[in-house]
Ligand binder design. Structure first.
Ligand SMILES: NC(=O)c1ccc[n+]([C@@H]2O[C@H](COP(=O)([O-])OP(=O)(O)OC[C@H]3O[C@@H](n4cnc5c(N)ncnc54)[C@H](O)[C@@H]3O)[C@@H](O)[C@H]2O)c1
Length: 273
């Protein structure tokens, strides 16, 4: 699907590409095809090796190391963007983390250390990014982050990440109010489950994928390209009147209240059918 020229003249930062399976990569491809000029951040040397060659064909203006737990690293990222472009039109925040050991079992057993870490990386970092982006969005702008339905309803194993995503979705609304006066829009995409590096940390993830495939109205899961096209809507002028929104890109799963009677038994799905 091509939206030639939709993003022509727009420049933005993509945070959160780890590899070709990343949701941020699907978003980057959609933006590139629509004519946007892109900068990227990756998390440390481990990801550098994979991310730098991956993004190369999109002719990135900058590819920077940025750890969102480090304020100096965030400052350096936005300083480099200011020096390169002077201003910025959009930022994509596709970053989350929690200790794998706490993405199984009971939420009630969450430790204070991992609660704080998960909240910092998966929620606060979006506000930290917005603080810095605001200064460079001199002609308005659009910020998009990624959430999941586990923010709204209990999902197996999602635990502290569900709490962090609920806080993230609330921050989207507060940021939308604060920044709206400057024509800066702030939205989240609640994506259906997709097999990525981050998702592999969630217990029984294959089962979650199958459940969504059997029970979503479209009877399938979603792709990173489809999330990318929805992000394109929010980041472009097509979404100019949309802010404070949580857009579900989940094949309709959020609209469903009960198992599809025709869906196979869960134990069959769990064994990998
Ligand atoms: N995959 C899914 O099923 C799904 C569904 C809904 C929402 N999401 C969300 O989408 C976003 C992207 O995840 P993904 O599934 O594409 O997985 P991914 O593993 O490809 O991306 C996660 C990214 O977070 C980055 N990250 C983690 N800690 C960081 C830190 N301290 N500093 C900088 N970067 C850091 C990683 O480097 C990685 O690039 C996340 O917010 C995730 O919660 C994923």
């Amino acid at each position: 699907m091509a939206f030639d020229g939709l993003m022509k003249g727009k420049r933005g930062l993509i945070m959160g590409v780890a590899n070709q399976h990343s949701i941020a990569w699907g978003i980057a491809q959609a933006l590139h095809e629509a004519g946007a000029e892109l900068a990227f951040t990756y998390q440390g040397d481990v990801f550098k090796k994979r991310v730098v060659p991956l993004v190369e064909p999109l002719n990135p203006a900058l590819v920077l190391d940025c750890d969102v737990t480090d304020a100096a690293s965030l400052d350096a990222t936005f300083k480099a963007i200011e020096e390169k472009w002077g201003s910025i039109d959009f930022v994509v925040h596709a970053i989350a983390f929690s200790d794998k050991d706490e993405l199984k079992g009971r939420y009630v057993d969450t430790t204070p250390g991992n609660f704080a870490l998960s909240m910092n990386i998966s929620c606060y970092s979006f506000t930290a990014v917005a603080q810095r982006a605001e200064k460079l969005m001199t002609d308005g702008g659009s910020l998009v982050t990624l959430s999941y339905y586990g923010a709204e309803k209990v999902m197996p194993h999602y635990n502290v990440m569900g709490v962090a995503k609920a806080a993230l979705e609330a921050s989207v609304r507060y940021l939308a109010e604060d920044l709206g006066k400057k024509a800066i829009r702030v939205n989240s995409i609640s994506a259906g489950p997709i097999k990525t590096l981050a998702a592999s940390g969630v217990g029984d993830f294959r089962y979650i994928l199958k459940w969504n495939e059997y029970n979503s109205p479209l009877r399938r899961t979603v792709t990173t390209q489809e999330v990318g096209n929805s992000a394109l809507f929010l980041l472009s002028d097509l979404g100019k009147a949309v802010t404070g929104e949580n857009l579900h890109v989940d094949a309709g799963y959020h609209a469903i209240g009960m198992k599809n009677p025709e869906a196979p038994d869960m134990s069959i799905a769990k064994s990998g059918e």
